[in-house]
Design a protein around this ligand. Structure first.
Ligand SMILES: NC(=O)C1=CN([C@@H]2O[C@H](COP(=O)(O)OP(=O)(O)OC[C@H]3O[C@@H](n4cnc5c(N)ncnc54)[C@H](OP(=O)(O)O)[C@@H]3O)[C@@H](O)[C@H]2O)C=CC1
Ligand SMILES: O=C1O[C@H](COP(=O)(O)O)[C@@H](O)[C@H](O)[C@H]1O
Length: 488
C-alpha cells in the first residue's frame, strides 16, 4: 500500500525474531504501521533466528503473537497483507562466515534496517557477519537494543565493533522510553509553556520525584535479568533519559544533535555516587513472595531458573543531584522496581512553598504547587493549585484542587501510539532525534558503574520487600531524611 507519508521501501531484518521483544513489541509495532498505511507496499520483514524453520512457521508464530499482543483486535485484511511481508532466514549469528545465506534473502535494491534484538554481546559478531557478506551500504541502518553492554568498558567494545562498519549516522540506539507519548510531551510541556519554562530551576523547584513502578516480575527472563538487575535494565537507560529530558537546557532546535547535546550535559553534571556516600544516596531491594491484585506471587529467588544466592536488585531508589547552575540543591529522587503494587510511572515536580501566607485563617500551611506528569498508564498532566471555595462568607475558604489534563479524555479519538511503533517509523524514515548517541550511553554508564561498584564493595545484600509493596522500608528513609516523602 502507498502511504500518505510515503516512507521508503525497506527490508526490516529482525535478528532474534523469535525472541520475547520481537513477539511482544516489534512484530505488533510493524503490524500497526501497516494498519496505519505507513509501510510501503514492497517493505518486507526478514526474520532471522538460529533454528531451522520455514516461512510458514514464522507466519504462524507472528499470527499467534499478534493475536495475543495487538490490543483492539486484528484487521483480517491488514493481517494477511502483513503476514505476506514475512520471510524467515536461519542463521547462527556467531558464525560470521555464514551470512552469505542472508545475502541471498535480503533485498539489494532497498534500504535495509538491521534490528539487533539479541543479547548485546553478539552485536559485534552480527556486524562483522554483515560486513563480510557485503551487506552494509551507506543508506542501511542498524538498531541496537539496550542495555548496550554491562558496564562502560563492555559498551565501548560493542560500540567500537559496530562503528567499525556503520557510521554514527547509521546507528540507532533505541531506548523505547524516548518513544513514549508522555516522555516526548516533556519537551512540549517545558518549552511551549512559559509558565513552566520560566519556573523550571532551583529558585522555584524544591525537588523532583521520578517513579517507574512495574507490577510484573522478571517474566521468565532470569538469565538476562539476573546478570543485569534493575540498575542496568532500567536506571542506566530509561530513568536517566527521563531525567535528562526533564533537566536539560532548552535545545537550539529539535534536531537530533541539539537535543542529545543538552541531554549529555545533564548526565555529565550528575554528582557521582561513590563508596563514600552510597548508603545515604541509594537503596537497592529484592522482592520476596507476596500478593498482587489478590494473587500470590513468588519471590525473586523462587522465580523459574533462579539461583537462590542471587544478590541482584529488583528495586532501586536513588537521590540524584545535578551539579550545575540550574539544579544545584534540587534533589531528583528516582525509584524503580519490579513487583510493585501496580504499573505506574510518573514524575512529580514539587515547587517551592510560598514565602508568606495571607490565608492563615482558613489554611495554616499553604501547600506548594505540585505538577504530576503521568507517564503511564492513564497518561496525563495534573497541576495542584489552591482555589477559593465559592461562597458568601467573608472569610476566604480555600482548598487544594487539581487542573487535570487526561489524555484519554482530552484526545478521546486518538490512540496512544506504542513507543516501538513510533521509533520503528522514525528508523524507517531515517530520523535519529529519538535515539541515543554513543557519548550519552557512555556518560550514563560512567555514573551507573560507580554506583554498582560501590554496592559490590559494600557487600550489602539487597533489602527485601514483599511483592505488591512499594519497595524496602529504607527507601522511605532515603527521602524522609530530607524531610520529604514519596507521593503514593
Ligand atoms: N524483552 C523485553 O521486554 C526487552 C528487551 N530488550 C532488549 O532486547 C534484546 C532482546 O531481548 P529479548 O527478546 O528479551 O531476548 P530473547 O532471549 O527472548 O531473544 C533473543 C533472541 O536472539 C536469539 N539468539 C541469541 N543468540 C543467537 C545466536 N548466536 N544465533 C542466532 N540467534 C541467537 C535467541 O535465539 P534462541 O531462542 O535460539 O536462543 C532469541 O530468539 C536484548 O538486548 C534486551 O536487552 C530491551 C527492552 C525490553
Ligand atoms: O526495557 C525494559 O522495559 C520494560 C518496561 O517497559 P514499559 O514500556 O512496559 O514500561 C521492563 O519490564 C524490562 O525489564 C526492561 O528491559
Amino acid at each position: 500500500m502507498k502511504n500518505a507519508q510515503s516512507s521508503p521501501a525497506v527490508d526490516v531484518v529482525l535478528f532474534g525474531v523469535l525472541g520475547d521483544l520481537s513477539r511482544r513489541k516489534l512484530l505488533p509495532a510493524l503490524y500497526q504501521l501497516d494498519l496505519a498505511g505507513l509501510l510501503d507496499e514492497s517493505t518486507r520483514v526478514v526474520g532471522v533466528a538460529r533454528q531451522e524453520h520455514s516461512n510458514q512457521d514464522l507466519v504462524d508464530f507472528a499470527k499467534e503473537n499478534l493475536t495475543q499482543f495487538v490490543k483492539d483486535g486484528l484487521n483480517e485484511e491488514v493481517l494477511s497483507r502483513f503476514l505476506a511481508r514475512l520471510v524467515y532466514q536461519r542463521l547462527d549469528f556467531k558464525q560470521t562466515d555464514s551470512y552469505v545465506d542472508l545475502a541471498n534473502t535480503v533485498a539489494t535494491d532497498k534500504e535495509r534496517i538491521y534490528y539487533f534484538s539479541t543479547p548485546p554481546a553478539i552485536y559485534g559478531d552480527i556486524t562483522e557477519g554483515l560486513h563480510k557478506a557485503d551487506l552494509i551500504q551507506p543508506k542501511d541502518r542498524v538498531v541496537m537494543e539496550k542495555p548496550i553492554g554491562h558496564c562502560l568498558e563492555s559498551s565501548r567494545v560493542i560500540n567500537d565493533m559496530v562503528s567499525k562498519h556503520f557510521e554514527e549516522n547509521q546507528i540507532y540506539r533505541i531506548d523505547h522510553y524516548l518513544g513514549k507519548e508522555t516522555v516526548l510531551n516533556l519537551l512540549v510541556l517545558r518549552f511551549a509553556n512559559s509558565l513552566f519554562t520560566n519556573n523550571w530551576d532551583r529558585n522555584h523547584i524544591d525537588h523532583i520525584q521520578i517513579t517507574v513502578a512495574e507490577s510484573v516480575g522478571i517474566e521468565g527472563r532470569w538469565g538476562f535479568y539476573d546478570e543485569a538487575g534493575q540498575m542496568r535494565d532500567m536506571v542506566q537507560n530509561h530513568l536517566l533519559q527521563i531525567l535528562s529530558l526533564l533537566a536539560m537546557e532548552p535545545p537550539a532546535d529539535l534536531s537530533a544533535d541539539s537535543i542529545r547535546d543538552e541531554k549529555l550535559k545533564v548526565i555529565k553534571a550528575l554528582l557521582p555516587i561513590t563508596r563514600q556516600n552510597i548508603k545515604e544516596k541509594t537503596v537497592r531491594g529484592q522482592y520476596t513472595e507476596g500478593f498482587l491484585a489478590g494473587k500470590a506471587v513468588p519471590g525473586y529467588l523462587e522465580e523459574e531458573g533462579a539461583n537462590k544466592n542471587s544478590n541482584t536488585e529488583s528495586f532501586v531508589a536513588i537521590k540524584a543531584e545535578i551539579d550545575n547552575w540550574r539544579w544545584t540543591g534540587v534533589p531528583f529522587y528516582l525509584r524503580t522496581g519490579k513487583r510493585m503494587p501496580a504499573k505506574h510511572s510518573e514524575i512529580v515536580v514539587h515547587f517551592k512553598e510560598q514565602p508568606h501566607n495571607i490565608f492563615k485563617d482558613s489554611y495554616a500551611d499553604l501547600p506548594a504547587n505540585k505538577l504530576t506528569i503521568r507517564l503511564q498508564p492513564d497518561e496525563g498532566v495534573e497541576l495542584e493549585v489552591m482555589n477559593k471555595i465559592p461562597g458568601i462568607a467573608s472569610q476566604m475558604n480555600i482548598h487544594e484542587n487539581k487542573l487535570d489534563l487526561s489524555f484519554s479524555e482530552t484526545y478521546e479519538n486518538e490512540r496512544v501510539v506504542d513507543a516501538y511503533e513510533r521509533l520503528m517509523l522514525e528508523v524507517i524514515n531515517g530520523n535519529q532525534s529519538l535515539f541515543v548517541r554513543r557519548d550519552e550511553v557512555e556518560a550514563a554508564w560512567m555514573w551507573a558503574d560507580s554506583i554498582i561498584d560501590a554496592w559490590q564493595a559494600s557487600n550489602d545484600k539487597p533489602k527485601p520487600y514483599a511483592a505488591g509493596s512499594w519497595g524496602p522500608v529504607s527507601s522511605i528513609s532515603l527521602i524522609a531524611r530530607d524531610d520529604r516523602q514519596w507521593v503514593e
